[in-house]
Write a protein that binds this ligand. Structure first.
Ligand code: SAM
Length: 222
């Protein structure tokens, strides 16, 4: 029986290479790990979470799909549960600042980690910037629209690249790829800022100037 996962997790999975040894931090139900084992060749996986509750559910799911021997389940904070053979860290469905905190201060545990697949719920610009600072560059990325919200999925590889402010804001690869979701996202940003400008009282001069500048930048990409 094949497990079903949502579009966002499918997109995360699409960035996982065959023969990878992954750790899924904040695995919750572990459906992503089950999907990876079922759909990609030669995957080894650690499903890790900071809370006992999700891991009870994860273990039940893993048992149901008969993958108990293939997915190691670990309780712990962030990447403290990693081992030295892991080459890919996946973190999805958490706030961007939480993801930064998990990785930024634990780079000593990431010596053999070549790939980071990160899908933050927010603060993607800060995430792109901070993860670039710890020695990873953006190899690929996509935007997924799930239940009315846009989620970026960003695949970092070990190495350095220089980025501009707008690359951090909108995603250097998203800008290049020009996928339909990207234009939908930018259009929504423009609409939200135009609405805000309409209702913002004239006395907020600085914020109004800022908003107009932001709109000008956004409209370049439409
Ligand atoms: C909203 S769920 C996301 C589940 C799944 N990764 C996804 O993308 O659908 C967030 C999970 O992250 C876990 N979590 C939050 N902070 C964590 C941390 N510092 N270390 C490990 N797990 C964490 C929570 O317990 C929760 O199960």
């Amino acid at each position: 029986m094949k497990v079903k996962i949502n579009n966002r997790l499918e997109c995360v999975a699409s960035f996982v290479e065959e023969d990878s040894y992954i750790i899924d931090v904040g695995c919750d139900h572990a459906l992503l790990d089950i999907y990876l084992l079922q759909n990609k060749k030669n995957i080894k996986a650690i499903a890790s979470d900071i809370k006992e509750g999700p891991l009870v559910q994860a273990k039940e799911n893993i048992k149901k799909y008969q993958l108990t021997k293939k997915i190691e389940v670990k309780l712990g904070n962030g990447i403290e549960t990693i081992n030295e053979n892991v080459d890919t860290i996946i973190i999805s469905g958490m706030g961007g600042l939480n993801i930064i905190g998990i990785l930024k201060y634990k780079t000593d545990l990431m010596k053999n980690v070549e790939t980071l697949i990160l899908s933050p719920n927010n603060d993607a610009d800060k995430l792109r910037k901070e993860i670039s600072k710890i020695g990873y560059y953006i190899e690929d990325e996509s935007l997924v629209l799930e239940k009315g919200f846009f989620y970026p999925v960003i695949c970092f590889k070990k190495g350095k690249k220089k980025y501009k402010r707008e690359d951090y804001l909108f995603g250097p690869i998203l800008i290049q790829k020009k996928e339909p979701e990207f234009f939908k996202y930018m259009k929504r940003q423009v609409e939200q800022k135009e609405k805000l400008l309409e209702i913002l009282p004239k006395k907020y001069i600085c914020r109004r100037i800022e908003l107009k500048k932001e709109l000008k930048v956004l409209k370049k990409y439409l």
